[in-house]
Design a protein around this ligand. Structure first.
Ligand SMILES: Nc1nc2c(c(=O)[nH]1)N[C@H]1C(S)=C(S)[C@@H](COP(=O)(O)OP(=O)(O)OC[C@H]3O[C@@H](n4cnc5c(N)ncnc54)[C@H](O)[C@@H]3O)O[C@H]1N2
Ligand code: MOO
Ligand SMILES: [Mg+2]
Length: 632
């Protein structure tokens, strides 16, 4: 029986093409010789996010073994271990010990390596040194036990129970992804109720509580910028990101242009009376001389702002600095007096004055802003099409039997579906192609079908509701059991939005399963989904506007249980010459949609304690800016 493996080479030099990867091919040969099928190979730089991203991606494809070569040393650039450790649902320290003991027999240098192993999802991940010899020698120490290791990891995943579908399954513990099988405090394995019934539902969350930073790292590591495509300017919208630099195909202006309405003159002629021999108007219409206009010393040509300056002229005189001496009976000017002295070059924009041909006007990665400057500059460049990252197509689905879509009277126990319109609006503001996937009832089979159908033509989906501990909170089990997705986190230490969930499906598409409480859904969207969507859209800076030099306008009580994202209003205080942030609303319950009103910043408050119960007016706090700050 062959098993699947991926080999990830971590090396700055190899990824830049400055060195040849010899470890990857050597490991591939070694694995194949031991009956493994190598299904993925990739080279990434020493970059935590890129390493974590590859591991998450391969793990989501059910790749059984992931061998990472490189970045396990002790230099500052060695980040492999830091990148993968937070992803482990289980550490496998003895595999690392076996590698070290075996390698020490070969070289004392093995004492300096940080070889590591653990479980990510259903994949066993092993990090070995980057040298060809070191990587092969280390893997050799454990190669005989790896088949058993991956089978056990996979079998454990197989016991993952869905409380609706496997009523006989006793063990409610979760063994994969972000679940925490080994945390007795947080998981109550035994229940007295029959599985598949309300009484038999798990009475503790099955999902590891991760920090906001960790959750964000996982999200960002799981998505990549969508590929570029050529686009006509008329299709470019704010929020789109250029995937290639834009160079000027032509100079601007393409001809010597007048800066003023007046007369083109020969500067050396100086003040005096001159015959007007023609006109150059914007658009280059010339009368009576043919284009290009040419004039000689002793004569002048009437010019408009932006019109071509005739050949032979080297300055423009403003009409205000002239006097009309003679006109014909059709009203045409015949003789004009130049009143003031003239400097050569005055009021003429030379060719290429604004934009020189070949200049890089917009760099790759430029985000098209609503200001209009990027679109205008793209036009000016003279290009027809532009390489732009594909815009993510993201669906929003509300889940819940209680949700009403119609504006009429509400039935008892029903609530209006506010999350979906709110998130569709937030998505559109990001420049994302937002798809309304409607409301779906709390029915696992229906939910699975609707999510799968929606994802057929979307890159990802945002659902709200059904991710907590209720007996009709089906979204997490549906993702894992029906859709075979990998939940990368299912609880985050934050208030609101604790049950925020992120999962990747075997297709590589993702699900943000956000809590149903309206403020929770919107906060989680801005903290997790928005950065991911910016990255997907091609933004090079995607982590949101995290600002630190902001001060509390008034005291803010700190929550004792969880770090809190308080809905805040950030405004420039001209009186105090500072950015101050105030809580929008004293009622910050996650059920209260109006707490989002006037919010332009999420204030990231730490957990409170007896020693530090509040952030005081004037204290510096961190905020995530989610809408333009105010000037009040
Ligand atoms: N035993 C526990 N109960 C709850 C926990 C917990 O840890 N243990 N967590 C609480 C937290 S925190 C949150 S947040 C919510 C999350 O709930 P769900 O994601 O399961 O969402 P629902 O149960 O479906 O709904 C919660 C609430 O939100 C309203 N809702 C849902 N969808 C919408 C919508 N589209 N528009 C407007 N309002 C919506 C729904 O009617 C409920 O009132 O769980 C806590 N419980
Ligand atoms: O996390 Mo929930 O959003 O506190 O209500
Ligand atoms: Mg619930």
């Amino acid at each position: 029986m062959t098993r699947s493996a991926g080999i990830l080479t971590v090396s700055d030099n190899c990824s830049r093409g400055l060195a040849t990867d010899t470890s990857g091919p050597a490991l591939q040969q070694q694995l194949q010789a031991n009956n493994w099928t190598v299904v993925h190979t990739e080279i990434v730089p020493d970059d935590k996010q890129k390493i974590a991203s590859a591991v998450i991606k391969w793990s989501a494809t059910n790749c059984q073994l992931i061998v990472i070569a490189g970045g396990t040393g002790i230099s500052p650039s060695d980040v492999t271990v830091d990148a993968i450790k937070p992803l482990f649902s289980k550490r496998l320290p003895s595999l690392a010990v076996a590698m070290v003991i075996g390698s020490l027999r070969i070289t004392p240098m093995a004492a300096l390596s940080q070889v590591t192993a653990g479980v990510v999802g259903c994949s066993v991940v092993v990090a070995v040194p980057g040298s060809k010899k070191g990587s092969v020698e280390n893997l050799q120490q454990i190669i005989s036990v790896l088949p058993h290791a991956v089978d056990t990891a996979a079998a454990t995943q197989g016991t993952r129970h869905l409380h609706v579908e496997q009523p006989k399954e006793k063990d409610t513990r979760v063994q994969c992804g972000c679940s925490r099988p080994d945390n007795a405090d947080d998981n109550q394995a035994e229940t007295i109720g029959e599985q598949g019934t309300v009484a038999g539902r798990p009475r503790k969350s099955q999902h590891l509580m991760v920090s906001v930073d960790e959750a964000l790292r996982i999200v960002i590591g799981s998505v990549q910028a969508l590929p570029p495509r050529d686009m006509l300017l008329s299709d470019v919208r704010p929020g789109m990101v250029l995937a290639a630099a834009v160079e000027a195909q032509e100079p601007v202006p393409a001809y010597r242009a007048s800066i003023m309405d007046g007369y083109a003159v020969v500067a050396a002629d100086g003040p005096g009376d001159y015959k007007v021999i023609g006109a150059s108007t914007a658009g280059g219409l010339a009368q009576p001389l043919p284009m290009p206009l040419h004039m000689n010393t002793g004569s002048i040509v009437r010019v408009a702002t932006g019109a071509p300056v005739p050949e032979g002229a080297d300055a423009v005189v403003m009409v205000e600095d002239t006097q009309l001496l003679q006109a014909d009976n059709q009203g045409e000017e015949l003789v004009v007096r130049i009143l003031a002295g003239v400097q050569p070059g005055q009021y003429i924009r030379p060719v290429g004055h604004d934009v020189s041909q070949g200049a890089v006007l917009l760099k790759s990665g430029t985000v098209v802003s609503p200001v209009g400057g990027e679109i205008g500059t793209m036009v000016v460049s003279g290009n027809r099409t532009f390489s732009v990252h594909t815009v993510p197509r993201i669906a929003v689905m509300s889940t819940g039997d209680e949700l009403s879509e119609s504006p009429g009277e509400l039935g008892h126990g029903h609530v209006r579906d506010s999350n979906r319109p709110a998130l569709l609006c937030a998505l559109r503001a990001l420049g994302v192609d937002a798809v309304d996937a409607g409301v779906v009832r709390d029915d696992p089979a229906l939910l699975a079908r609707k999510i799968a159908e929606t994802l057929e033509d979307c890159h990802g989906i945002i659902t709200t509701g059904g991710v907590s501990m209720g007996e009709r909170d089906w979204v997490k089990p549906v993702v894992e059991q029906h859709l075979k997705g990998r939940i990368l986190f299912g609880r985050v230490a934050m208030k609101p939005a604790k049950p925020s969930t992120f999962a990747v499906l075997p297709s590589g598409k993702f699900i943000f399963a956000l809590p149903g409480n309206p403020a929770s859904a919107i906060v989680a969207f801005h903290v997790f989904s928005a950065p991911a969507l910016r990255k997907l859209s091609g933004h090079q800076k995607y982590d949101g506007a995290q600002v630190t030099a902001v001060f509390c306008g008034a005291d803010m009580i700190l929550d004792r249980g969880r770090p809190e994202f308080v809905r805040g209003r950030l405004a420039w205080s001209s009186g105090r010459d500072k950015w101050l942030v105030y809580v929008t609303d004293a009622h910050q319950q996650s059920s209260r949609m109006p707490s989002m009103l006037n919010t332009n910043a999420l204030v990231a408050l730490p957990r409170g304690s007896d020693v530090c119960p509040k952030a005081c007016a004037g204290d510096q706090v961190n905020v995530i800016v989610i809408a333009p700050p105010a000037f009040e």
